[in-house]
Write a protein that binds this ligand. Structure first.
Ligand code: UTP
Length: 507
């Protein structure tokens, strides 16, 4: 193990010797822990990290000068649409996606290393229950969608197939996530096909470039952003694992979107048939100032421009069809070929520029007291998963309907958007729509049919509660066999047992 002298010298070189200021007070065990944490920090890289953080923070906020003139929407040839294409074309994409899944060429990769500070729970977000009648967690919904899509692909092609699930975690989420999966028997997936790996951490820094101590014996470390994926793939030899399994296409997604379609055959098929190496699902922006990144081009190069970088005037611009010109909201649902990921990890990762997130970071003051700041006091540097888009040789975007595919869980319930309540409503409203489309009727307390109104979350609950297990239907398919012409009291919880029972009865 490195000695105190070594570590002190390295910290001096990085301008960070204050990290040992409580050394004299520490007992042997905390001393060892602190040294173990500090020893891997390479002095020049640490100095550079702190310099960049302070420099980025000093930059004036708002859109970078001159950006507006360099922006263009994606050209139509790079854009597909699930909702605006005809059923035959969609069917062709879906068929291709299922074919690749049946050939065991598709994997899903979950980004689950975030700390979920806005939601404010002490455990990983994937373990959260938004209050569904079934009490399922986000992880369980995702696992069941994997099982269902494997089953659908297998049935179409008369084979058994596997969609491996890669789960990127961080120091904060790995332990509890692994334990949760074990406790739930991997949600009946084969544990050999669930691969968890850990992303790196970076120190949080003050506005003047000093690493923050969160305790006398502990540096404030934070995961290096979801773009830490690329280093983590390399650190843990994940691409080699994919190669061994024959995986060629990877669907990368965020943990918090309750409607996420894992390994979506339509999206996969579209990207594969377009010959894309990199793709992003997008949804129409809800309103011009909506705080989502926009998929567009800068100097002809596809990328995501953050909402804070787009001026209100640019955000308001309209296209000739009356819609917003910069309309393609990024929803962190990406397609990558393994070849592209390989090129990124080998060549492009060092070119990714970290972003600055200004956060409240608990720290110890000069007297050694723990302070929980009320105002942001620190900088976390993060890379973003989408920052690799400019390196793609053939980038495509694929537009999907928000109400079918995107409802993220970001905030606690008091917030009016992206909360457990809006996520639950989005899922239940979707299942209610699916049930009506399959010919179900819901009854009120007096036995009369409830109105078949389309309900629009997040503003309201659907007229009846209907939750459909992903094991019964992945995206609304196949429900007629159970629901056509039948009447149901709310709540209807359509799981596999219930579905079997209904199938055996006459409507
Ligand atoms: P967010 O940017 O919403 O962050 O992550 P978060 O950590 O979940 O929540 P806040 O900002 O602290 O409230 C979007 C996705 O990226 C993952 C998250 O787990 C989520 O799926 N992520 C984020 C990582 O995998 N690693 C990170 O370092 C950060």
């Amino acid at each position: 193990m490195a000695s105190e002298r070594d570590v002190r010298a390295r910290l001096q070189r990085a301008g960070q010797e204050h990290l040992l200021r409580f050394w004299a007070e520490l007992a042997p065990e905390p001393r060892a822990a602190l040294l173990a944490e500090l020893a891997p920090l390479e002095p020049d890289a640490l100095r550079e990290h702190c310099r960049r953080a302070a420099e980025a923070c000093a930059r004036p906020p708002g859109p970078p000068p001159g950006l507006a003139a360099r922006l263009r929407p994606l050209p139509p040839e790079r854009l597909g649409s699930a909702s605006r294409s005809d059923p035959k074309t969609r069917g062709r994409w879906e068929e291709e996606g299922f074919r690749q899944i049946a050939l065991n060429k598709v994997a899903v990769l979950l980004l689950a290393g975030g700390q979920g500070t806005r939601l404010g729970v002490t455990y990983p977000k994937g373990m959260y229950r938004v209050g569904l009648p079934s009490r399922k967690t986000l992880y369980q919904l995702q696992a069941e969608r994997i099982r269902r899509v494997e089953q659908l692909a297998g049935e179409r092609h008369g084979t058994r197939c596997t969609v491996p699930w890669y789960v990127m975690t961080s120091e904060f989420t790995l332990g509890p996530t692994a334990e949760f999966f074990r406790e739930h028997n991997f949600f009946h997936l084969d544990p050999a096909n669930v691969v968890m790996f850990e992303q790196r951490l970076l120190p949080a820094v003050t506005f003047d470039g000093k690493v923050i101590l969160e305790r006398k014996d502990k540096v404030a470390m934070a995961p290096d952003g979801n773009g830490g994926l690329y280093c983590a793939l390399e650190d843990h030899k994940i691409l080699e694992d994919m190669e061994r399994r024959g995986v060629e296409f990877v669907h990368v997604y965020c943990v918090d979107n309750i409607l996420v379609r894992l390994a979506d055959p339509v999206f996969i098929g579209f990207c594969v048939l377009q010959g894309a190496d990199c793709g992003a699902k997008v949804v129409e922006k809800a309103y011009p100032e909506e705080p989502v990144g926009v998929v567009c081009q800068v100097d002809g190069v596809p990328q995501v421009v953050e909402y804070s970088e787009i001026s209100p005037e640019t955000a308001q611009l309209r296209a000739s069809d009356g819609g917003l010109l910069y309309n393609a909201g990024n929803i962190c649902n990406h397609f990558f070929t393994r070849g592209f990921l390989q090129a990124v990890t080998r060549k492009f990762e060092p070119l990714l520029k970290p972003h600055v997130a200004v956060k409240k970071v608990p720290y110890v003051d000069e007297e050694g007291n723990l302070v929980k700041p009320l105002k942001p006091n620190g900088i976390k540097m993060e890379k973003f998963v989408f920052d690799v888009f400019p390196f793609a040789e053939n980038f495509v975007a694929f537009e999907v309907l928000r109400e079918e595919e995107f409802s993220p869980l970001k905030n606690a319930d008091l917030a009016d958007r992206d909360s457990p309540c809006t996520a639950r409503r989005a899922l239940l409203a979707q299942h209610y729509r699916w049930a009506l489309r399959a010919g179900a009727h819901f009854l009120d307390a007096h036995g009369a049919w409830l109105p078949e109104l389309p309900c629009s979350p997040p503003n309201g609950d659907p007229p009846a509660i209907c939750e459909i297990s992903p094991l019964v239907s992945y995206s609304g398919e196949g429900l007629e066999a159970y629901l056509q012409g039948r009447e149901f009291q709310s709540p209807l919880i359509l799981d596999e047992d219930q579905a079997r029972g209904l199938q055996q009865q006459e409507p």
